[in-house]
Structure formats: structure tokens, C-alpha cells
Design a protein around this ligand. Structure first.
Ligand code: BES
Ligand code: MN
Ligand code: ZN
Length: 491
């Protein structure tokens, strides 16, 4: 669905969305208040977070849907509450087939107009997403929206326009990331992913270089190539470069996204149920690609290089086997205990590449890495491992703002013992316990003392069912958090 911001008066809208606070379920319009009184009296709507209700109202002869959505208590208002309320409301509008929507800005004492309007745009856009590409009779509804409240000054209007522009850039970047995750593995494989990224780079203004098999071999990326070897589709090393801060050309942040376009598990084969959603094993790549789109579109004053080592983890006569000992770009030898612990092998080489060949100063890797992350933190929180608490502090602040939750797990030295091999430098699994930590620390063995964060998004990249403004399927997390971290630095 395309959302467009246009200016039109409330009276010309198919629907009006009115967000209201708990205990303040009233509006300046007397007619509408009569409906609200009835709804309140029947206990159908209190203004609590996530509540939504609609009725048809008569605006002097014109009929229009009124969609009332709850923000919770005013004292507790956050951008997140606005995103959630607007996403519920826009889904209702979709259901009612409304195309032109007028939104009453929630007047409040907690957030300024900029933050309020940005959250409105995000809630609308993120909440109205659905993946319709493969439905023969999909109805793509284009939606236009306008917003207003009390008399708004010219300065506030400019502010609101700017906020909505930023909000829509983020929404569209998240849509790109979600589409990439939702695209099935027979359509999205390393070559088509690389082509898509080239298109995005051309459209939005970042450079893209794609390295083929031979070049990857020449770079010595043996761990990456070993994982890729069982697949017919050849691997691609996708490098994205954005220089928005020419005066600091030697200061560059590195993003690495896990790009398994499919993970069957290899010879340590997954059960069928575990394979069903493994087209989403490039969720880290999707988030990183979407982040590049958003920072380039907003022309952030910062320098970022992103790398995706894209491949499939498959079975064939040539595929790698449990027990194999393989090399890596950094030279470390790795004993393969389990071919389903493939992500850390591809990431180890991608991290070495981005540090040694691209010269980045800091690294953030984003990966659907372990089922253990779901066991530890569930489906709503991304797990983080880091070697630098200050760096984590920046991410944590950005995440509180974006509403995409993260939580740090410990990286005490004793955990490292779990991935030491008896016959090689490292082994690729650390046993039954602390799986998310040992997977993260495996990657940490390749960061060469650079400030580094590892984000395990196995729980948060994919939804089995809709959650607030996050749809079923690919979520795009943690794109908005990464954007926010970079934006805060760019100031
Ligand atoms: N891609 C999976 C992790 C995953 C699991 C992501 C569930 C999303 C949902 C990863 O490659 C994997 O298979 N990890 C193994 C590691 C184990 C063999 C040490 C896992 O978590 O079981
Ligand atoms: Mn796996
Ligand atoms: Zn995987």
C-alpha cells in the first residue's frame, strides 16, 4: 500500500481518525460526542492503549467513518503508543475501504509536534503494510492522509511536514526490508538479492559492488565459501558504501547483515517445521540494506559501509559435513560440529572483510543467528552481545526511541571456553547452554578489538502473527533503531 501525505480538510475525508486518551473520551464536535457518550456508557471504548472502534457520523449531510483509537493515559504517552494506536486505526480504515483519511493530531503535553507527527506517519505506514505480491486478485489500496488539530502556526506546519517526510522515509525503508524477508527463496537468492541491492543503490544514492565466486576465493573467505558450496546458486559478496560526511572520510561505521537467503541446515538438517520460515534467514541483510536506503535518502552526515555475504545453506554431494575443519579469511581454523550453525561462519568472514579490506572503525552485525535467542528473550526483544558498553549505550538509547526492544546478554570470558576446539582454533557450536552468547562470541573472535555489537534477531525479524504495527512475516527490525543511532551521531 502506498501512503501519500496531502493537504485536504477533514470534511473531504472518507474517514477521520481520532486518537483519544483514557479518561478523556470527548471531542469538540457535539454530534460526535453523542456517539462517544453512548459508546462510553456501554463500556465499548475507554481510550485504553490498543482499543479501536468505528461508527459512521453525519458531517452536515456528508457521511464519514469516524475511527476512534485509544492512546492510554496522557501522562504515559510515548511515540510508541501513538504508533500502536494509529496502526490499529489504519487497519480499521483499510477494512472499511477508506482511501482519504484525516487524522486529528493528538494534542498532548508529553511530545512536541515533530515527534507526534512522525509517530503518526510511522504508525500509519508500518501498520498498513501487507505482502500482496503473490495474490492474484490483490487490491492495492492507495491511501492519502492529511492531518490537523487546533490552529497550527506556519512554523509548526513546516515542522510537521518535515516530521512526516522523515517518518515516511523510514516506513518505506522498512517496507523494503519486509518485502525482502517475505520474498520466497525461489525468487530471492544471492544473485537476485544482489541485483535488488544495486537497484536500491542507484535509486537512493549509495554505491554497490558485488563480488563473485572467484573474487571471494581470492580474498580467502573460506568459511563463507564452505557454507555456500552445497548450493547450486552461487554466493555473492554484496558491499554497499555511503559517504555522507566527506570531512571525516576515514571515520566509517561497518554494518554486517547475515544473508542466508535459505537455511535448510545442511547435513545437520532441520526438521520440516524448522525449515518453513528459513527464507527469512536474511533478515539481518534486509535490515542493513533498509538502513542504507534510509540514511542515503535522509542524506545523513555520516559514513557507513555495509556488507552482506549472501548464500544458501544446502545439501549436495559437495556440501560441507559435520566434523570438517575449515579455514577462514582471518586464518583461524574452525571445526564444524553442526552445519546448521552456518551463519557465524559466513559472518566471521564478512566481519574480517569489512575490517581488513574496507577499513571500518566499528562493527555492528545483525543476524537471525540462534533459536536460543527465542528461548532467552522471546519474539519481541533482540539479543545483543558487545565488547563495548558505551557503544551499547548508544544503541540502547536509539532503541528506546524507536520502540524496537533490545537487551544485552553477558559476554564473560568463561563463555569463550565453550567454543574452543580440541583439534582446531574454534568450533562452530558451544553446546546446549548459552547458545546465543556462544554464537555471538564466535563472531567476536573476528572483530580484532574494534568496538563491536552483535544483534541476534532470530526472535524479532519474523512474526508468526501480527503484533501491534508489526505484520505477520518479516518485521524489518531493527532498521529504525540503526537509523536512529546513526542520526544521533550525525548531528
Ligand atoms: N537461522 C538459524 C537460527 C534461527 C532459528 C533463526 C529459528 C530464526 C528462527 C541458524 O542458522 C541456526 O540454525 N542456528 C542453530 C545453531 C545451533 C546448531 C548451534 C540453532 O539455533 O538451532
Ligand atoms: Mn542454521
Ligand atoms: Zn541460519
Amino acid at each position: 500500500m502506498d501512503i501519500n501525505y496531502k493537504k485536504f480538510p477533514c470534511s473531504e475525508a472518507d474517514a477521520v481518525i481520532i486518537p483519544l486518551f483514557e479518561g478523556k473520551v470527548e471531542v469538540p464536535n457535539e454530534e460526535t460526542n453523542r456517539f462517544l457518550d453512548l459508546i462510553k456508557a456501554k463500556g465499548q471504548f475507554k481510550g485504553a492503549k490498543g482499543e479501536v472502534i468505528s461508527f459512521i457520523r453525519d458531517l452536515g449531510g456528508n457521511l464519514q467513518d469516524a475511527i476512534i483509537t485509544g492512546l492510554g493515559k496522557e501522562e504515559e504517552l510515548s511515540s510508541e503508543a501513538i504508533r500502536v494506536a494509529l496502526s490499529k486505526a489504519v487497519r480499521k480504515a483499510k477494512e472499511l475501504k477508506d482511501k482519504r483519511i484525516f487524522i486529528k493530531i493528538p494534542e498532548n503535553s508529553k511530545l512536541n509536534y515533530y515527534e507526534t507527527a512522525k509517530a503518526v506517519a510511522e504508525g500509519l505506514g508500518l501498520g498498513s503494510y501487507s505482502f500482496e505480491k503473490y495474490k492474484s486478485n490483490n487490491e492495492t489500496l492507495d491511501l492519502s492522509f492529511s492531518l490537523g488539530g487546533r490552529d497550527i502556526s506556519d512554523e509548526e506546519t513546516n515542522n510537521i511536514n518535515e516530521a512526516i517526510e522523515e517518518g515516511i522515509v523510514l516506513v518505506e525503508a522498512v517496507e523494503i526490508a519486509r518485502d525482502l524477508v517475505n520474498e520466497p527463496a525461489n525468487a530471492l537468492y544471492p544473485r537476485t538479492l544482489a541485483e535488488k541491492v544495486k537497484d536500491l543503490g542507484n535509486t537512493y544514492g549509495f554505491k554497490v559492488e558485488v563480488k563473485e565466486n572467484e573474487e571471494i576465493k581470492a580474498l580467502g573467505m573460506e568459511a563463507f565459501l564452505t557454507v555456500a558450496r552445497g548450493a547450486k546458486n552461487s554466493p555473492k559478496l554484496i558491499v554497499m558504501r555511503y559517504y555522507g560526511d566527506d570531512s571525516n572520510k576515514d571515520k566509517v561505521l561497518g554494518l554486517v547483515g547475515k544473508g542466508l537467503t535459505y537455511d535448510s541446515g545442511g547435513y545437520s538438517l532441520k526438521p520440516s517445521s524448522g525449515m518453513e520460515t528459513m527464507k527469512s534467514d536474511m533478515g539481518g541483510a534486509a535490515a542493513v540494506i533498509g538502513t542504507m536506503v534510509s540514511i542515503a535518502r535522509r542524506k545523513l552526515k555520516t559514513n557507513v559501509i555495509a556488507v552482506v555475504a549472501a548464500c544458501e545453506n544446502m545439501i549436495s554431494g559437495d556440501a560441507y559435513k559435520p566434523g570438517d575443519i575449515i579455514g577462514s579469511m582471518a586464518g583461524k581454523k574452525i571445526e564444524v560440529i553442526n552445519t546448521d550453525a552456518e551463519g557465524r561462519l559466513t559472518l566471521a568472514d564478512a566481519v574480517t572483510y569489512i575490517i581488513r579490506k574496507e577499513g571500518v572503525d566499528e562493527v555492528i552485525d545483525v543476524a537471525t543467528l540462534t533459536g536460543a535467542a527465542l528461548v532467552a528473550l522471546g519474539t519481541t526483544t533482540t539479543a545483543v552481545i558487545t565488547n563495548n558498553n558505551e557503544f551499547y549505550g548508544e544503541l540502547s538509547a536509539a532503541s528506546e526511541y524507536s520502540g524496537e526492544r533490545i537487551w544485552q546478554l553477558p559476554s564473560f570470558p568463561e563463555y569463550k571456553k565453550l567454543i574452543k576446539s580440541d583439534i582446531a582454533d574454534l568450533k562452530n557450536t558451544g553446546g546446549r547452554y548459552a547458545g546465543t552468547i556462544t554464537a555471538g562470541l564466535f563472531i567476536g573472535e573476528f572483530v580484532e578489538d574494534k568496538p563491536w555489537m552483535h544483534l541476534d534477531i532470530a526472535g524479532t525479524a519474523w512474526n508468526d502473527s501480527v503484533r501491534d504495527y508489526s505484520p505477520k512475516g518479516g518485521t524489518g527490525e531493527p532498521l529504525r533503531t540503526l537509523y536512529e543511532l546513526l542520526k544521533r551521531r550525525a548531528k
